[in-house]
Design a protein around this ligand. Structure first.
Ligand code: SF4
Ligand code: SF4
Length: 255
């Protein structure tokens, strides 16, 4: 079992795989850079922090990231748990140029992504940011599952250990030569949905089916004022039943 950020870490928990053990100056730089960012994630108590080294990813999957940044070498995933449904309340934020609709948890993850992006750019690396979504998204969930920190559940969301699908995740693509892996959590990539159908049954829009998701149905249902709850003048709660109904993830059980 690898160490978690909230437990005491031991040297033997920080296993460096064989491919990163070479004693060249270039590899030494990679190790130092990797642990610098790992420490930042520890310090900022990121619940999900995972790096993929694109050198070791299949060509077809690598393309998904190279289209964002052709010379990319690594991807950093950052995620924060949704401990209560109020974090999913949609708010209208008025800026100097435009208005923007967002949720508190998406804003939080965007801040984290921008903070890590600044760190990388300060060191001279190029970065692109992929903001999180709080909607089901099969392609995005599949991409997040490349971390092996979780799997794509029937509700078309990433499901990770302890926190289930109630986690909001975005990522950064950069040309920083970071080593891949996560030195805190064991892999959690075995699908655990089994015969459960709770999220499919909870979706009043009929947008979720076994293995499928109709994004238009989901959006139409969520955007219909009849299916929304007004919390304050510029804050509404939209449907999140497929997230709320999932029994996996005891640490974020809203009940
Ligand atoms: S339960 Fe709500 S959020 Fe989930 S798929 Fe159905 S309409 Fe969309
Ligand atoms: S509610 Fe059940 S079927 Fe749906 S994602 Fe969770 S465990 Fe899987």
């Amino acid at each position: 079992m690898k160490a978690q950020w909230h437990s005491n870490r031991r040297k033997e928990d920080l296993k460096i795989s064989e491919k990163y053990r070479e004693m060249s100056p270039a590899m030494q730089n990679r190790r130092e850079l990797t642990f610098l960012f790992q420490e930042a994630a520890f310090a900022e108590k990121m619940i999900l922090y995972h790096v993929i080294d694109l050198e070791y990813l299949d060509e077809s999957k690598k393309e998904l990231f190279l289209k964002d940044l052709p010379e990319a070498r690594s991807v950093i995933f950052l995620g924060t748990p949704i401990f209560e449904p109020l974090l999913l309340m949609e708010q209208t934020i008025y800026g100097s140029r435009d208005e923007k609709k967002t949720t508190m948890v998406e804003s939080q993850v965007e801040c984290d992504l921008r903070s890590f992006s600044d760190k990388l750019e300060t060191m001279g690396y190029d970065v692109t940011i992929k903001l999180p979504t709080i909607l089901p998204d099969p392609a995005f969930a599949e991409l997040l599952a490349l971390t092996r920190a979780g799997f794509r559940g029937k509700n078309q969301r990433l499901i990770i250990e302890h926190f289930g699908c109630r986690i909001c995740v975005g990522y950064l693509v950069s040309n920083a030569p970071l080593m891949g892996g996560d030195y805190r959590y064991p892999d959690f990539d075995q699908n655990q949905c089994g015969d459960c159908q709770l999220c499919l049954e909870a979706c009043s829009a009929g947008a979720l089916t076994e293995g499928g998701y109709d994004a238009k149905r989901c959006r139409d249902y969520r955007d219909d004022p009849k299916n929304q709850k007004r919390i304050a003048a510029h804050s509404i709660e939209k449907c999140n039943r497929c997230m709320a109904s999932c029994p996996l993830g005891a640490k974020t059980n809203w009940a």
